[in-house]
Design a protein around this ligand. Structure first.
Ligand code: ZN
Ligand code: FE
Length: 251
């Protein structure tokens, strides 16, 4: 898919690679050949086809195990190991932690690698946005986003899609006086004009600019109330209204 990201992490000394959400086996195999790497591990954040379509061919060609959410076990082709919250995986000298982030799908997980400050979060958190609620509830998604928000500020977010430029107008419509958002939107427009990715982006930037991470901020709640959203003592309720308004905005 044109806006899907596939991430390759490599250990060049060992000549090994790990891939996250391989939507296209041909693209992955080309990159592996170019860099003379063997594929040792496949990670899936959730069962959607645009994140898993390359699984079977890659597993066939390289024998690499596939790690994905245990809760979506029956729905992921070739899954070798289903993991739950807190599971640890290793690749090279890296240690990855599984964080359950349900909402977009019921079993969505994120992979956090503290040593390289990297978060692979699939379709849970996007720059200036978040995943649609296809299977989970607003409460689940809000809790998932809160957990990701608690990661260190310098954690870099590797999301599943290049959606940032498309997300910017909705964020700006709500929050046009936010200087951090204005700056990010300008940066994003420039990057896209040059055909460059807007990811990864830091948790810090998202905490300052992403409306979905800010629904429990009293100052931002005033902004949302002015925009017409009903307020509630429970931020998950505000999150649910905001997500629904975004769905309408994009339709
Ligand atoms: Zn998805
Ligand atoms: Fe996706």
């Amino acid at each position: 898919m044109a806006d899907n990201y596939i991430y390759l992490v490599s250990d060049t000394a060992l000549g090994l690679a790990m891939v996250v959400d391989p939507t296209d086996a041909v693209v992955v195999e080309r990159a592996l050949r170019q860099k003379d790497l063997h594929l040792a591990l496949i990670l899936n954040t959730h069962h959607h086809h645009d994140h898993t379509a390359g699984n079977v061919k890659l597993q066939h060609d390289y024998g690499a195990p596939i790690i994905g959410p245990a809760k979506e076990g029956g729905r992921i082709d070739g899954l070798s190991r289903g993991v739950d919250d807190g599971a640890i995986l290793t690749f090279s000298d890296l240690r990855g932690e599984v964080i359950e982030t349900p909402g977009h799908t019921i079993g969505s997980i994120s992979f956090y690698f503290p040593a390289i400050k990297a978060l692979f979060c699939g379709d849970t958190l996007f720059s200036l946005g978040c995943g649609r609620l296809f299977e989970g509830s607003a409460v689940q998604m809000w809790n998932s986003l809160k957990r990701l928000r608690e990661l260190p500020d310098d954690t870099m977010i590797y999301a599943g899609h290049e959606y940032t430029e498309r997300n910017a107008p909705f964020a700006l419509m709500l929050d046009k006086k936010n200087p951090a958002l204005q700056e990010r939107a300008e940066e994003v427009a420039l990057l896209r004009k040059e055909g460059r990715p807007t990811l990864p982006v830091s948790i810090k930037t998202e905490k300052e600019t992403n409306p979905f991470l800010r629904v429990d901020d009293p100052e931002f709640q005033k902004v949302l109330e002015k925009a017409g959203l009903p307020m509630d003592a429970n931020p998950a309720a505000i999150f649910g209204s905001l997500r629904a308004a975004k769905d309408r905005f994009m339709a």
